[in-house]
Design a protein around this ligand. Structure first.
Ligand code: CMC
Length: 446
C-alpha cells in the first residue's frame, strides 16, 4: 500500500501592483518591486530583485517584517486574535474535532471523509513502536537529563534507523517519514519520562486514541492495570490540537531552514525540537510554573510586576506577550476555560498557585505597561497549570508541546518540498567587524 497522497502545493502569490524605491536625497527611482497578495492577510513586497536593482539588501533581525515563504496551512490575524488551520477557526476544531483529524487536515488540506479517518489513524498507529535498538540509546543518557535533551538526541538518531524514509525527493518516503514522526513522538516523549524516573518503558497500545496512548505510556506500569481518565485524555487531546501548528514560528522556521538544504526529516524535526526548547518559545510553559513558584505568595506579585517593567532587569512575565498576537491569544482563551474544567474535575487545584496566576493575569491586564504593549496572557500561561494538574512533571511540558507541534513541522516541511520556488535558506548580514588587516606573527603582537 502506498501512503503518498497529494499535499496542497504553494501556487505562487499573485502580483497586484508595484511599489517604487526612491532615493530620499536625490529623488531618483532606484527600484520597482512587485506587491504580492495571498487569499487573506497583509500583502507583501517581493524584494527578491532589490539587490540586483539597487545593490542593497533588506535588514530585518528576528524576521519581524519578513514573509519567508508562501503557505496554505495556518493563518493568524494577530490584531484580531484569530487562528485558523486550513481556514477552519481553532475554536471550532477545539470544540468538534480531535487531534488525529487535525493532523489529517494540516497535512492534506482537508478533514478526513468516509474511511479516510480510520485509514489515517491506522497508518499512524502502525508506526507507534520504536526500533528496539533505540531503547539502548537511553542508557547513554544520565537519568537526570532534561527530557528535551533526550528528545533532540533521539529524534535526530531516528535517521540512523529509518534510512528507508530519508529520501526527501521521494513523495512516498516523505509520507512514511511523516507517519513515523507523528506516531513515534509520543513514544519517545513517554520513554524520556520513564527514563527520568527509573520506571520500565511502556509500549504503545494501538487500541487507544492518540492522547490516551500518550498518557498510558507515561503513567502505566507493568505491575497493575492503568485506566486513562477520560477528562484528562480530552484535555490532552485539546492541548495537542491547540499547539499543532502556528505558521512560521521560530521552531517551524528552523525546520524549514534545515529542510531547505535537503536534510532528512528526522534531522529537521530534531532541529525544530532544539529551537522549541528555549524559554521564549516552547519552554515558556515550564518557565511559567517556575515563575509562579518563585513568586510564592500573592503579596509578592507587585514586586515581580515591577521587575518585569524594569528595563534594566532581564526578568519578563513568562506566559505574557506574543510576537504575532497583539490581542488575546485565541488558544489562551480556550485553554483558560479548559484549565478551570480540568482543575474542577480532577479536584487537584493548587489553590495558592492558581490564585497567583489569576491575580497576575488581572494585574497585568490592567497595568498600563502591559496594556500599551499589548501583552496578553499567551497559551503557555494556562497550559503549564493544566499539565501540572494532570500530573505531568514540569520538565516534560515542552516535550508534550513537541509531540503536538510535530504535525505542524511535518506539514510545513512537506509543503516546502512541493513548493516550486523552494531554495536553500541563506540570509545575508550587515557586516560591522574589522574591514581588512594583516596577520601579525605571535611574537610581534602587542
Ligand atoms: N514581560 C514584560 N515585558 C515584556 C514581555 C513580558 N513577558 N514581553 C514583551 N515585553 C516588552 C518588552 O520588554 C518590550 O518593551 P519595550 O518596548 O519597552 O522595549 C515590548 O514588550 C515588546 O517586546 P519584544 O521583545 O519586542 O516582543 P517580541 O515580539 O520580540 O517578543 C515574546 C515576544 C513572546 C518572546 C515575549 O513577549 C516574551 O519573552 N514573552 C515571555 C515568554 C513567553 O511567554 N513565550 C511564549 C510565547 S507563546 C508560545 C510560542 O509561540 O512558543
Amino acid at each position: 500500500m502506498t501512503l503518498a497522497r497529494a499535499v496542497p502545493a504553494p501556487s505562487g502569490p499573485k502580483k497586484v501592483k508595484t511599489v517604487k524605491v526612491v532615493d530620499s536625497e536625490t529623488g531618483a527611482e532606484m527600484a520597482e518591486l512587485p506587491v504580492l497578495t495571498g487569499t487573506v492577510g497583509a500583502d507583501v513586497i517581493d524584494v527578491r530583485t532589490l539587490q540586483a536593482q539597487t545593490g542593497l539588501f533588506t535588514y530585518d533581525p528576528g524576521y519581524t517584517a519578513t514573509a519567508s515563504c508562501e503557505s496554505k496551512i495556518t493563518y493568524i490575524d494577530g490584531d484580531k486574535g484569530e487562528l485558523r488551520y486550513r481556514g477552519i477557526p481553532i475554536e471550532q476544531l477545539a470544540e468538534h474535532s480531535d487531534f488525529l483529524e487535525v493532523c489529517h487536515l494540516l497535512l492534506y488540506g482537508n478533514l478526513p471523509i468516509g474511511g479516510e479517518k480510520e485509514a489515517f489513524a491506522k497508518g499512524v498507529t502502525y508506526h507507534t513502536m520504536l526500533h528496539e535498538q533505540v531503547n539502548f540509546l537511553f542508557r547513554g543518557f544520565r537519568r537526570d537529563a532534561h527530557p528535551m535533551a533526550l528528545m533532540v538526541g533521539l529524534v535526530g538518531a531516528l535517521s540512523a534507523f529509518y534510512s528507508d524514509s530519508s529520501d526527501v525527493d521521494d513523495p512516498e518516503q516523505r509520507a512514511i517519514a511523516s507517519y513515523r514522526l507523528i506516531a513515534k513522538m509520543p513514544t519517545i516523549a513517554a520513554m524520556a519520562y520513564k527514563w527520568s524516573i527509573g520506571q520500565p518503558f511502556v509500549y504503545p497500545r494501538n487500541d487507544l486514541g492518540y492522547a490516551e496512548n500518550l498518557l498510558h505510556m507515561m503513567f502505566a506500569v507493568p505491575c497493575e492495570p492503568y485506566q486513562v481518565n477520560p477528562v484528562v485524555a480530552r484535555a490532552m487531546d485539546l492541548m495537542l490540537i491547540l499547539h499543532a501548528d502556528h505558521e512560521q514560528n521560530a521552531s517551524t522556521s528552523t525546520v524549514r531552514l534545515a529542510g531547505s538544504s535537503g536534510a532528512n526529516p528526522f534531522a529537521c524535526i530534531a532541529a525544530g525540537i532544539a529551537c522549541l526548547w528555549g524559554p521564549a518559545h516552547g519552554g515558556a510553559n515550564e518557565a511559567v510554573l517556575e515563575m509562579l513558584e518563585e513568586i510564592g505568595t500573592p503579596n509578592r506579585i507587585p514586586e515581580f510586576i515591577e521587575r518585569a517593567k524594569d528595563r534594566d532587569d532581564p526578568f519578563r512575565l513568562m506566559g505574557f506577550g506574543h510576537r504575532v498576537y497583539k490581542n488575546y491569544d485565541p488558544r489562551a482563551k480556550i485553554m483558560r476555560e479548559t484549565c478551570h474544567q480540568v482543575l474542577d474535575e480532577l479536584g487537584v487545584r493548587d489553590e495558592a498557585q492558581l490564585k497567583i496566576a489569576m491575580e497576575l493575569e488581572k494585574i497585568a491586564l490592567d497595568d498600563p505597561y502591559f496594556v500599551e504593549r499589548n501583552l496578553y496572557p499567551n497559551v503557555d500561561f494556562y497550559s503549564g497549570i493544566i499539565l501540572s494538574a494532570m500530573g505531568i512533571p514540569r520538565t516534560l511540558f515542552t516535550a508534550v508541546f513537541a509531540v503536538a507541534r510535530t504535525i505542524g513541522w511535518i506539514a510545513q516541511w512537506s509543503e516546502m518540498h512541493t513548493d516550486p520556488s523552494q531554495k536553500i535558506g541563506r540570509p545575508r548580514q550587515v557586516y560591522s567587524g574589522e574591514t581588512e588587516r594583516d596577520f601579525v606573527p605571535v611574537d610581534q603582537r602587542g
